[in-house]
Design a protein around this ligand. Structure first.
Ligand code: KIV
Ligand code: ZN
Length: 516
């Protein structure tokens, strides 16, 4: 019978992740992230580097007191004071691990540590033995392992296991390894030291300097590693660490692949998005929109062909169900690439049940609008439908709009409007850019209308919020209302004004005007 191999997820967001420039966290922020990591169900949380400060020790103590399930780990150099700091930091932890590291590569030995191989070996054994007096669970990392001579690496790791290390971690400290090479290194180590990956946990810790941290970690899993060190959103020193969400979802998604068929993690994938957003908000490290799994665009589709495919069968363009990682669903962005299928779907969602003919007419207006602006929001669609359904002919169509305002100068506006096939243009100044636009429109349309009300509000939130303008125009004792939306409030104002004007034209019949 096939037995599944658990891959332990060792999260180092609060240690290596926090080491990235500008990402430092307050103790209460660290605690908030730690609680979320517990909900995410990571196996081990590396909560920090206790020797760094008393504040760090206290922060780790708080985490240790609050968390029940995961192992809490503290990092130490091969120095007794560092190990004592970890003891102090972890004194309240229900499950604890000491993580000691020492560089083993030639370049680090000669230039950084100024120690030879036997000194490194002796120091490692001595300090692991010291740690063993206080900790059952000890992880040893030969820093820069991927650039260490293989024979020496085997020798140090063997000695560390004999001294009491229960997990051996192989760091690709500078992100130098390539997947085939790193996988081969792991295979080599398992062959030389068969306890690795069974009695002794075999971990990997990959940095992303060549963008290969996740690929290297996965190559290691395929070749015998049973623990992966990673961070939420891949934050960490320099180009970062392997991203937790990518490793977890790759193993989960590619269960068909021989290397992962027998492997699983116990991560609660539904907590991935929440974890990503929390870490991004508290560290201030913005997630790039196209970041795998957690980027804003990872489950967004704009092309009409893709939207059509998604609506027929989600799997045509999505390899992961967005609900699996805690999102509400795929996002179809309506823009100029969108097709009829996605548009119809959105109309239904907005509760507009139109006939095929009406849908065609609204779709045409939508396409025209999408040519002018990047994204078409639900409020825009509502306006389009409202305009279409009220059967108000677009007597006047906005073709072009330019405004200028500067301190000490009266704002100016130039407007071009189309009526049938003719285009009219006028310029005007005004008390503000909106007033200038309205005056320019009056010059073109030459209708005796009076603006009796103007109100502006935000229809969506965020930096690119859509402004919604409502106006009331009066003509011949009758008031009409118009609404316009746009990310540009001047444009929204003009659209609202024209909407109301077109209603008037519809009510009063054709209004005579002179070409400019
Ligand atoms: O990158 C590295 O080598 C480390 C060790 C401390 C594991 O962060
Ligand atoms: Zn690291």
């Amino acid at each position: 019978m096939e037995t599944k191999r658990k891959i332990y997820i060792f999260d180092t967001t609060l240690r290596d992740g926090e080491q990235c420039p500008g990402a430092s966290l307050t103790p209460s922020e660290k605690l908030e992230i730690a609680r979320q990591l517990e909900r995410l169900n990571v196996d081990i949380i590396e909560a920090g580097f206790p020797a760094a400060s008393m504040g760090e020790i206290e922060a780790i103590q708080q985490i240790s007191k609050a968390l029940k399930r995961p192992v809490i780990c503290g990092l130490a150099r091969m120095v007794e004071q560092d190990i004592d700091a970890v003891r102090q930091a972890l004194k309240y932890a229900k499950k604890k691990r000491l993580h000691v590291f020492l560089a083993t590569s030639k370049i680090h030995r000669e230039y950084k540590l100024k120690k030879n191989q036997s000194e490194i070996l002796k120091l490692s054994v001595e300090k692991i033995r010291y740690g063993k007096r206080f900790f059952d669970d000890i992880e040893f990392s030969p820093e820069d392992a991927s650039r260490t001579e293989r024979d020496f690496l085997v020798e140090v790791i063997g000695a560390a296991i004999d001294a009491g290390a229960t997990t051996v971690n192989i760091p690709d400290t500078v992100g130098y390894a390539l997947p085939n090479e790193f996988g081969d290194l792991i295979q080599f180590l398992v062959r030389k030291l068969p306890a690795l990956g069974s009695e002794v946990n075999l971990s990997v810790h990959c940095h992303n300097d060549l963008g290969l941290a996740v690929a290297n970690s996965l190559a290691a899993v395929r070749n015998g590693a049973n623990q992966v060190e990673c961070t939420v959103n891949g934050i960490g020193e320099r180009a970062g660490n392997a991203a937790l969400e990518e490793i977890v979802m790759a193993i989960d998604t590619r269960q068909d692949e021989t290397g992962f068929r027998d492997s699983f993690t116990e991560i609660c994938a539904e907590e991935i998005i929440k974890s990503s957003r929390l870490v991004s908000r508290l560290t201030g490290m913005v997630v790039q929109p196209n970041k795998a799994i957690v980027g804003r665009n990872a489950f967004s589709h704009e092309s009409g062909i893709h939207q059509d495919g998604i609506l027929k069968l989600r799997q045509t363009y999505e390899i992961i169900d967005p609900k699996r990682i805690g999102l509400s669903g795929s996002q179809l962005i309506l823009g100029k690439h969108s097709g009829r299928h996605a548009f119809r779907e959105r109309l239904e969602k907005l509760n507009f049940h139109l006939s095929p003919k009406e849908t065609d007419a609204v779709f045409e207006r939508f396409k025209r609008l999408a040519d002018q602006k990047k994204y078409v929001f639900d409020r825009d669609i509502e306006t389009i439908v409202e305009e279409q359904m009220s059967r108000i002919p677009e007597t006047w169509q906005l073709v072009y709009l330019k405004t200028s305002s500067e301190t000490g100068e009266k704002p100016k506006a130039t407007i071009r409007l189309k009526q049938k096939k003719k285009v009219y243009e006028a310029s005007s100044s005004g008390d503000g850019p909106v007033d200038a636009c309205y005056k320019a429109i009056e010059k073109i349309v030459k209708m005796n209308v009076k603006l009796v009300d103007y109100a502006i509000q935000s229809a969506t939130s965020g930096k690119d919020a859509v402004g919604e303008v409502n106006v009331k125009l009066e003509m011949g004792g009758q008031e009409v209302q118009g609404r316009g939306t746009s990310t540009d409030v001047i444009e929204a104002s003009v659209k609202a004004y024209l909407f109301a004007l077109n209603k008037i034209c519809a009510q009063f019949g054709k209004v005579k005007r002179a070409p400019v």
